[in-house]
Design a protein around this ligand. Structure first.
Ligand code: TYM
Length: 329
């Protein structure tokens, strides 16, 4: 039997090249080697207020984008989290075995809660729901970007704690990071992770940005005052541009060094922009085709929920029995 892969992405903002290089590209690549489930995590999205109409649209747009980057519904289940109620049901059971202290230590929680006056409970529970997404399908492998590694450690801690309290129930999930591109930084500020929620004219490159916008953003990217590329000690901005190029074009470290050493930043930027435009153009074309096919995305999402439903119900049944909750048999 093939091992199971699971991952998720929030339907907020516009998916960007950080999401693509950190996670989505791996999703498409490994789907044929594993039994894959990819979730649009709308229940995670509502941990911050979302305009309802906009959220509903974003879910469909994101599904279209995942299909456009190559998620093949004949192989992978594409699922909207809220269409499988067992995600929330298992999350509650896991909440009850999770010490609050573990959640308060999460760096994403700390960063997000510091920026707000009143903190919704959902923000604290966020990684428990994420653990439920993973454990619900007994996933062995979780392809993510580097910013999710702490949440995955927590998912393992929760699984271990449940297993030791109630008997072996959950498979231990392993983190899968890409070798290049696990953490793409903002173009305007290479000390900060590229993020869907950070605004700013040249912070992120959306997967749907037209070529002229991509070029403009890259030409404006922050670099440093060196005359050209120096691999010994590149500044954060230059390192980020090199990483973006390398991740899109899949060049070896040696080839990168041979090609770019000493290159002036203007030329580097032009080549990075070409690499991004070349990679995104066919994705954008497929995206627009997919959006034009009436009813297609809804069908894929319905089919995905149908496929994973029995798996989700089986795990919840096992977990309920293990805990002594009421089940029919
Ligand atoms: P989200 O929606 O923030 O991001 C989706 C994926 O993109 C990766 N990513 C990045 N990778 C490299 N560089 C960046 N700048 C960058 N920004 C984002 C993320 O690491 C992620 O893999 N909590 C998750 C969603 C989630 C999930 C799950 C993931 C919910 N349940 C279960 C895995 C398994 C999140 O907010 O991802």
């Amino acid at each position: 039997m093939k091992k199971r892969v699971l991952s998720g992405i929030q339907p907020t903002g516009s998916p960007h090249i950080g999401n693509y290089l950190g996670a989505l590209k791996s999703w498409a690549r490994i789907q044929y080697d594993y039994d894959s489930i990819y979730c649009i995590v709308d229940l995670h999205a509502i941990t911050a207020y979302q305009d309802p109409l906009e959220l509903r649209n974003k879910i469909e747009e994101l599904a279209g984008m995942l299909l456009a980057i190559g998620i093949d519904p004949a192989h992978s289940a594409l699922v909207v989290q809220s269409s499988v109620p067992e995600h929330a049901e298992l999350a509650w059971m896991l909440t009850c075995v999770t010490p609050v202290g573990w959640l308060e230590r999460m760096t994403q929680y700390k960063a997000k809660s510091e920026a707000q006056e009143s903190i919704g409970d959902g923000l604290l529970q966020y990684p428990v729901l994420m653990a439920a997404d993973i454990l619900l399908y007994q996933a062995a492998i979780v392809p993510v970007g580097e910013d999710q590694t702490q949440h995955l450690e927590l998912a393992r801690d929760i699984a271990q704690r449940f297993n030791s309290l109630y008997g072996e129930t959950f498979v231990m999930p392993a983190t899968h990071l890409p070798t290049v591109g696990a953490r793409i930084m903002g173009l305007d500020d290479p000390e900060k992770k590229m993020s869907k929620s950070t605004s700013g004219a040249a912070h992120a490159i959306s997967l749907l940005d037209p070529p002229n916008v991509i070029r403009k953003k890259i030409m404006r990217a922050t670099t440093d005052s060196e005359p050209g590329v120096n691999f010994e000690n590149p500044g954060a901005g230059v390192r980020n541009l090199l990483t973006i190029f390398q991740a899109f074009n899949e060049w070896s470290d040696d080839r990168m060094k041979d090609h770019f050493t000493g290159m002036r930043y203007g030329d580097l930027k032009k080549q990075v922009a070409d690499a991004v435009v070349n990679a995104l153009t066919p994705i954008q074309q497929r995206y627009h085709e997919i959006r034009q096919e009436a009813g297609y995305i809804e069908r894929v999402l319905e089919e995905g929920a149908k496929r994973v439903g029995p798996l989700a119900r089986a795990t919840v049944h096992t977990a309920k029995k293990a805990m002594g909750l009421f089940t029919a048999d």
